[in-house]
Design a protein around this ligand. Structure first.
Ligand code: ADP
Ligand code: MG
Length: 467
């Protein structure tokens, strides 16, 4: 055997060990989707060159797995310096990777190109959109605001037959609709690999339909859609006012429901509130189960942050920072994730650990956008929590130091953080006189000079409330 083929064999066996370790790290589902289709082209001069069948996959692999690939390769082969991923559509099944062929094609097209290309049709028949491997049930944090939607999604994912039709998920932007839909799709693909699951946005549906009209292959278009087992259409509000598309969608919808196929739809509002959707369509959308995803609450936000920090491998994020973010970034989960990522990236870059101060610095613009006006009620609640007293003691007549001092702190903060007058503040504290408030403000000012613990408490509270 020549030296180079020895070498080649050795690289192949290194590669198979890297693959095995990746598989155990990321789990079967992600591995099969993204990593299994990779093949080793060569390892030369410290550069590992891998190939994938599509550009989309290449981008995905590079952005999500390149660090892992590099470090696993370095463990196997200390020469490794760089990983390069090239796009190389599988022309013919090579002996070594024949087994990856099907998966690779399947992925690039959300599950249908394999059928499509076997039938010799062109890529315009890739009717589905790819699924995000992070959007699984396991990665979805459940709380009060989304528990119904989550339960319904799981039900559809697990069901052997159609439990309700359609499942209509609705809620504001960034609250997890797309995540749940992908999770259903992943789950069904895992449990029932024979079922044809198609996920796409209403926008893409329209685009494909218009294309089909233009290229006069509406029949093929119809057939494609009507042969699926599970059809998921994301952001249905997009087809509001688009009459022809709506009409076609309505027919597809009815055809599938008649054949007892599962349909899952998302929208930014409930079917009855969707404007620009024909009445018969609207009523049909509400026939199955309509599940609302509510705005997040503090507990859910904190849970999501903890889970994301863990996934990012960042154990170093202080609880205080997570709590701060959960309090301050209330808009939606996407922004919350974005904020956390920014903080992580920053600390990574400058190689310093994360503190409340750096967090505030890095996120100044975002925090301002999320700024809610601080209310006296917020202040009372926070201060009571902080000092571990009952909220009612903010208004009560009790004068024990243990409650009187926190109450004074709250009055002080109310004066500092709101534009309320002293009498107004007094009224909010159980109808106290404005002179009581004035006295509290003076007293706390004075104490801050000598009592550094109190002073820090107040700074912390203020930051929490306002930043
Ligand atoms: P929508 O489709 O409702 O606009 P997405 O599903 O795209 O929102 O969610 C936005 C981001 O927030 C995604 O990265 C998603 O993973 C994340 N996300 C939303 N809700 C949750 C949740 N409950 N647990 C974990 N991640 C979530
Ligand atoms: Mg979405």
């Amino acid at each position: 055997m020549s030296r180079s083929s020895d070498m080649h064999q050795e690289h192949e066996s290194q590669w198979s060990r890297v693959r095995a370790r990746l598989r155990s790290e990321v789990g079967d589902a992600a591995f099969n989707s993204w990593l299994k289709p990779l093949s080793l082209l060569r390892l030369r001069d410290g550069e590992v060159v891998l190939t994938v069948p599509t550009r989309f996959m290449r981008d995905w692999v590079v952005s999500h797995y390149s660090d892992r690939l590099r470090s696993l390769w370095s463990d196997e082969n200390s020469d490794t310096r760089a990983i390069n991923v090239l796009v190389n559509p599988p022309a013919k099944p090579s002996a070594r990777h024949a087994d990856t062929e099907g998966d690779a094609e399947q992925l690039s097209s959300g599950g249908h190109a394999s059928e499509g290309s076997r039938a010799g049709s062109s890529p315009e028949f890739d009717i589905g959109a790819p699924l995000d491997p992070r959007f699984t049930f396991e990665n979805f944090v459940v709380g009060k605001p989304n528990e119904l939607a989550f339960a319904a999604a799981q039900r559809v994912g697990n069901a052997a037959s159609v439990p309700f039709n359609p499942l209509f998920l609705y809620g504001g932007v960034g609250l997890g609709k797309t995540h749940l839909m992908h999770a259903i799709a992943w789950h069904i693909r895992g449990m029932y690999p024979d079922r044809k699951v198609v996920y796409l946005s209403a926008e893409k549906f329209m685009y494909q339909f218009i294309r089909a009209l233009r290229f006069k292959n509406v029949m093929a278009f119809k057939q494609q859609f009507r042969s699926v087992d599970v059809l998921m259409i994301d952001d249905v509000q997009f087809i509001a006012g688009k009459d022809t598309t709506q009409e076609e969608f309505f027919h597809t919808f009815n055809a599938l429901v008649d054949q007892n196929r599962q349909i899952v739809i998302s929208g930014d509002r409930s079917p009855s509130d969707l404007d620009g959707i024909e009445e018969r369509m609207r009523s049909r959308l509400g026939w199955g189960l309509v599940a609302d995803i509510h705005a997040t609450d503090y507990e859910l936000r904190l849970g999501i942050l903890q889970s994301k920090a863990e996934q990012a491998g960042a154990k170093e994020v202080p609880v205080r920072v997570l709590e701060f973010l959960a309090h301050r970034i209330t808009s939606n989960v996407r922004e919350l994730e974005g904020a956390l990522n920014r903080v992580l990236a920053y600390s990574n870059l400058i190689g310093r650990s994360i503190t409340l101060e750096t967090t505030q610095d890095v996120l100044r613009d975002l925090l301002r956008a999320n700024d809610r006006r601080v209310t006296i009620e917020d202040i009372q609640k926070r201060v009571a929590e902080h000092f571990n007293i009952r909220l009612a003691d903010m208004y009560s007549a009790r004068r024990a130091r243990a409650v009187a001092r926190p109450r004074q702190v709250a009055m002080y903060l109310a004066k500092q953080l709101t534009s309320r007058s002293l009498p107004e503040i007094g009224r909010k504290f159980g109808g106290r006189d404005h002179t009581t408030v004035m006295h509290a403000v003076r007293k706390i000012d004075e104490l801050r000079q000598s009592d550094s613990t109190l002073s820090e408490d107040i700074d912390l509270l203020r930051r929490m409330l306002e930043a």
